[in-house]
Design a protein around this ligand. Structure first.
Ligand SMILES: *Cc1c(COP(=O)(O)O)cnc(C)c1O
Length: 390
């Protein structure tokens, strides 16, 4: 008989309060500084955050904006993407990676993923390039960089700009080169669940070229320059000074957050292996590309035996939070039906949505909580096995 674990000690999927409690005084002092200064927009904190993030990403330029979604939209606008253009993006990602393309009237061309990394498959991307392709948006999903060496060569060969969706991957690198430094643009999000999570919405665009970042800044400020003169139709997208000031405090912690995530990933892997859950291939552990410096925004399992939803239900009953990022591939979303993708058209993306399951993953998660998560998965399978042999 498997041992029953301690009853109902909940393990939340995410608890931002734990990390924020540690830096409460510093963050509130930073916010108070902005409060007292009255410089709520375009203040010195925004400039400082832009500079520090640019330095970390090994890029010369960065511009704050209101969200990761806006960062992607602004990058496409700065490239002049419009109706008649095509943009390549993976189908297995968060909605915002693709909606920016649709919003500009351009055609979304969905690319399948490499089933091991869940990231854009460079070969499928190559097959989908046409004379109308105006940009490629690789996504560094769950904190693992896409194959940026191959994708950069591909983009260069066809003279197509790359926009990196690094919303889940600040601090990650491929072959030692940071994400955001490979493409013409990098897009970051400070949504609270991201590795550098703020206290509300926020985002940033990085750029390797001064003209491009200038274009982003123009477009993010209503296309207005000088004041009340509009040469192009922009949007209003700014990073608030209070967010920037608070994020500067958190940025000092980013390296320690990242190492905590990496240690947690190692421990999950060890515990799942020790529990014998991976030996027969029912549960597949996350694959790490040897060239990747993975920052583990998420720890994802593949449940190969068709029991994903049953397992998730069991964990939920035992108060262990899990999530499915993402349950429906974007090419099969109702709002994109007009694009004409049929089930089966991007098989690896579709299979991932059926098999993937995410476990709690945040820097303050404890070893005891990880033990409980894995013990609960073991119990589920021990019960399923008892039923099967009964
Ligand atoms: C979170 C996220 C975004 C959007 O960021 P917001 O700040 O929430 O707008 C874009 N792409 C990916 C892959 C994301 O995870």
């Amino acid at each position: 008989m498997p041992s029953e674990f301690s009853p109902s000690v909940p393990v939340p999927l995410l608890d931002v309060k734990r990390g924020n409690a540690v830096i409460r005084d510093q963050v509130l002092a930073a916010i108070a500084e902005v409060y007292d200064s009255g410089a709520f927009l375009h203040g010195p904190h925004v400039k400082q955050l832009e500079e520090e993030i640019a330095r970390r990403c090994h890029v010369p330029h960065a511009a704050g904006c209101a969200s990761g979604s806006d960062a992607l939209l602004l990058a496409l606008m700065a490239l002049g993407v419009q109706s008649g253009d095509e943009v390549l993006v993976p189908s297995f990602t968060f909605f915002a990676s693709a909606s920016c393309i649709y919003r500009l009237g351009a055609k979304i061309v969905f690319v399948d993923i490499d089933p091991r990394t869940f990231n854009m498959d460079p070969r499928d991307a190559e097959a989908k390039i046409t004379s109308r392709t105006r940009a490629i948006i690789p996504v560094h999903l769950f904190g693992q960089p896409a194959k940026m060496d191959e994708l950069s060569r591909l983009a260069a060969r066809h003279d197509i700009p790359l926009i990196e969706d690094a919303a889940q991957a600040i601090g990650a690198a491929y072959h030692g080169r940071p994400v955001c430094s490979w493409g013409q643009f990098g897009c970051l999000s400070f949504y609270p669940t991201k590795n550098l999570g703020g206290f509300g919405d926020g985002g940033m665009v990085t750029a390797t070229n001064e003209l491009l970042i200038d274009r982003v800044r123009l477009l993010a400020g209503h296309g207005m320059r000088p004041r009340y003169h509009h040469s192009v139709v922009g949007i209003n997208s700014r990073l608030d000074s209070v967010q920037a000031a608070a994020l500067l405090v958190k940025l000092q912690m980013l390296d320690s957050y990242t190492s905590a995530r990496q240690s947690l990933a190692v421990r999950y892997t060890e515990l799942l292996q020790q529990a014998g859950l991976t030996a027969d291939g029912r549960i597949e552990l996350p694959y790490v590309d040897p060239a990747a410096h993975h920052v583990w925004n998420q720890y994802s399992l593949r449940v190969r035996d068709g029991q994903r939803d049953a397992l998730r239900g069991f964990l939920q009953e035992h108060q262990i939070g899990t999530e499915i990022y993402y349950p429906i591939p974007l090419h099969l979303q109702e709002c994109f039906r007009e694009l004409g993708y049929e089930p089966g058209s991007l098989p690896h993306s579709e299979q991932a949505t059926d098999e993937i399951l995410h476990l709690p993953m945040y820097p303050e998660l404890t070893a005891a909580e990880q033990h409980r998560v894995v013990e609960c998965i073991s119990t589920f399978y021990a019960r399923a096995y008892r039923r099967a042999v009964a």
